[in-house]
Design a binder for this molecule. Structure first.
Ligand code: DX5
Ligand code: ZN
Length: 233
C-alpha cells in the first residue's frame, strides 16, 4: 500500500458508549472515520484502566478501516504478541514505558504489524531520532495520557514541526492525540501532522441512535485541518 500523508481522522473510542462498542465503531466508520483509535491503559503507566487483548479482539470484527492501538502500558513487551493476535493494525508504544524502546519496536515489527512510537508532553522530539527508521508513525501526545476531554497542550505544535523536519521524505505518519478540535486541528496540520485522534470532539452530541452528529464533528475537524495544511504547503 503506498504511503499517504493526507489528513486522516482517528476517533478514540475511549469517548464512546462503553456499553455499545460494536455499534459505536460501525457508527463512526459510517460517518467518515478513517481509523479507529483504541486507547489501552493499565492503571500503572497512566492512572486509568481500559482494554485488555480480549476486548480488542471483540472490537476487531466491527472495524473495517484500520485499528490503531495506542498502548499506554508499562512494561510493553510482554503484551505485544497478544495485541497483535487480537487484530491490531498499528501498535504504538510509549518511549517512556521502559529502557528498551528500540527492542520494543523491533518486537512490534516482528509481528508484521505497523509500529508507532509515542511521546508524552514532557519528552523532547529529539528522543525519537534513534528509532525513526524503525517506525511507521510518531504519536505526539498533546495531553498527559489517561483521559479524554482534556485541554490541548500548545507545546505539541512546535514539537510536531520539529518531528516533521526530522522525518524528511520518509513514509512516517505524525499522529496528534489529545484535545484535538476544529480549533486545534489546524495548528498541528500546518505543522505537519496527518493523523488526528479525537475522542470528545467526535463523540460529543451524538449517539448510535443519532450518528449524524459524529459525521458533522468529523467533517469539521477534517475541514479545519485540510484548510490549514493546504495553506502551509
Ligand atoms: C488519552 C488518549 C487520547 C484521548 C483523546 O490518554 O490517548 O486518545 O482518548 O481524547 P480527547 O480527544 O477527548 O482529548
Ligand atoms: Zn490515544
Amino acid at each position: 500500500m503506498s504511503f499517504d500523508r493526507s489528513i486522516k481522522i482517528a476517533p478514540s473510542i475511549l469517548s464512546a458508549d462503553f456499553a455499545d462498542f460494536g455499534r459505536e465503531i460501525q457508527a463512526i466508520e459510517s460517518q467518515g472515520a478513517d481509523w479507529v483509535h483504541v486507547d489501552v491503559m493499565d492503571g500503572h503507566f497512566v492512572p486509568n484502566l481500559t482494554f485488555g487483548p480480549p476486548a480488542v479482539k471483540a472490537f476487531r470484527p466491527h472495524v473495517t478501516t484500520f485499528m490503531d492501538v495506542h498502548l499506554m502500558i508499562a512494561p510493553v513487551d510482554p503484551y505485544i504478541e497478544a495485541y497483535a493476535d487480537a487484530g491490531a493494525d498499528m501498535i504504538t508504544a510509549h518511549i517512556e514505558a521502559g529502557p528498551h524502546i528500540h527492542r520494543t519496536l523491533q518486537a512490534i515489527k516482528a509481528t508484521g504489524k505497523q509500529a508507532g512510537v509515542s511521546l508524552n508532553p514532557g519528552t523532547p522530539a529529539e528522543a525519537v531520532a534513534p528509532v525513526l527508521d524503525l517506525v511507521d508513525m510518531v504519536l505526539v501526545m498533546t495531553v498527559n495520557p489517561g483521559f479524554g476531554g482534556q485541554t490541548f497542550i500548545q507545546s505539541g505544535v512546535d514539537k510536531t514541526r520539529t518531528i516533521r523536519r526530522m522525518i524528511g521524505d520518509r513514509p512516517i505518519h505524525i499522529q496528534i492525540d489529545g484535545g484535538v478540535t476544529p480549533d486545534t486541528a489546524p495548528l498541528v496540520a500546518a505543522a505537519g501532522a496527518d493523523v488526528l485522534v479525537a475522542g470528545s470532539a467526535v463523540f460529543k452530541g451524538g449517539s448510535v441512535a443519532a450518528p449524524g452528529r459524529y459525521g458533522e464533528n468529523i467533517r469539521a475537524i477534517r475541514a479545519a485541518a485540510e484548510g490549514a495544511a493546504a495553506k502551509a504547503a
